[in-house]
Design a protein. Structure first.
Length: 228
C-alpha cells in the first residue's frame, strides 16, 4: 500500500487537524498505533512539524470526511508525484541520530540474536564491520554503548522492527514474539485519549463563546432575591 512521503509529519498533521481515529492514521501513514499515540500525546522524541497531505496531493478532503464519518473506513491515498527511493546501500540517517546507531545495534543483538548482520545493517543503516565490532565488543567506543530500542531512538519504525523480527524468527524456526504491551486496555486507552481531546475542544468552544458574547446575565428567582 502506498504511503505518504513523510509519514510521521503527516500523522502529526492528521492528529491535530482531523477527527480520524488513531487506527486510521496509523494505517494510512504505515505506522504502528503506538507511534501515533506518542505523537498525539507529544511524547515523541522530537516535536514534529505537521505536513498537510491535502496540499501534497496525497489525500483529499473527501477522503478525510469519509474517514471521520466511518471509523472503519480505510483512507485511500491519491496518486501523487513519483517518489524516488534508494534501492541499494544503507538507509540514510540524519546526522543528529547517527551517534545513536551503536546503541540501537547493541539492543537488537542483545534482544534478537536471530537477526542477521545484513538485516541489522539495512534497518539501522550501518555496515557489517560496525555490527561485528559491537558483537565482539571490539568497537572503539564500546564502553559508552548502551543498548536502546531503535524505535525509541527514531532509527526505524515499530512496524519495520516487528516485520524484521517476525521474518528472522520464521527463518530460524522460532515463534515470533507478539506485542502485548497494550493488550486488554488498548481500546480503553484510545477512548480515554479521544475523550480528553473532545473535552478540550468543548472547553475551547465554550471559552470562545464567552469571549464573543460576554458573561451570561444571572437569572434571579424569588428565593434568591429574598435571601439578599
Amino acid at each position: 500500500m502506498a504511503q505518504p512521503l513523510m509519514p510521521h509529519a503527516t500523522a502529526s498533521w492528521l492528529v491535530d487537524n482531523t477527527a480520524l481515529s488513531f487506527e486510521q492514521i496509523a494505517e494510512f501513514c504505515g505506522l504502528h498505533i503506538l507511534e501515533v499515540q506518542a505523537i498525539a500525546d507529544d511524547t515523541a522524541a522530537t516535536k514534529l512539524t505537521g505536513r498537510d497531505p491535502v496540499r501534497a496531493h496525497e489525500l483529499t478532503m473527501d477522503e478525510i470526511e469519509k474517514g471521520q464519518k466511518d471509523p472503519n473506513y480505510r483512507l485511500v491515498m491519491s496518486k501523487g508525484p513519483d517518489q524516488i527511493r534508494r534501492t541499494k546501500g544503507p538507509r540514510y540517517t540524519p546526522v543528529s541520530k547517527r551517534q545513536d546507531k551503536p546503541d540501537g545495534i547493541a539492543w537488537i543483538i542483545r534482544n534478537h540474536p536471530e537477526i542477521s548482520d545484513g538485516a541489522i545493517g539495512k534497518i539501522i543503516g550501518t555496515t557489517r564491520t560496525t555490527i561485528q565490532a559491537i558483537r565482539e565488543r571490539s568497537h572503539w567506543n564500546i564502553a559508552n554503548i548502551i543498548p536502546k530500542d531503535p524505535v525509541t531512538l527514531g532509527l526505524c519504525s515499530q512496524r519495520e522492527l516487528d516485520a524484521l523480527v517476525a521474518k528472522a524468527a520464521k527463518k530460524a524456526g522460532l515463534e515470533a514474539p507478539t506485542d502485548s504491551r497494550m493488550e486488554g486496555d488498548r481500546a480503553a486507552l484510545i477512548e480515554e485519549l479521544r475523550a480528553e481531546r473532545d473535552a478540550a475542544a468543548r472547553d475551547a468552544d465554550a471559552a470562545l463563546h464567552a469571549e464573543e458574547h460576554g458573561p451570561q446575565p444571572t437569572e434571579h428567582t424569588a428565593d434568591s432575591l429574598f435571601k439578599k
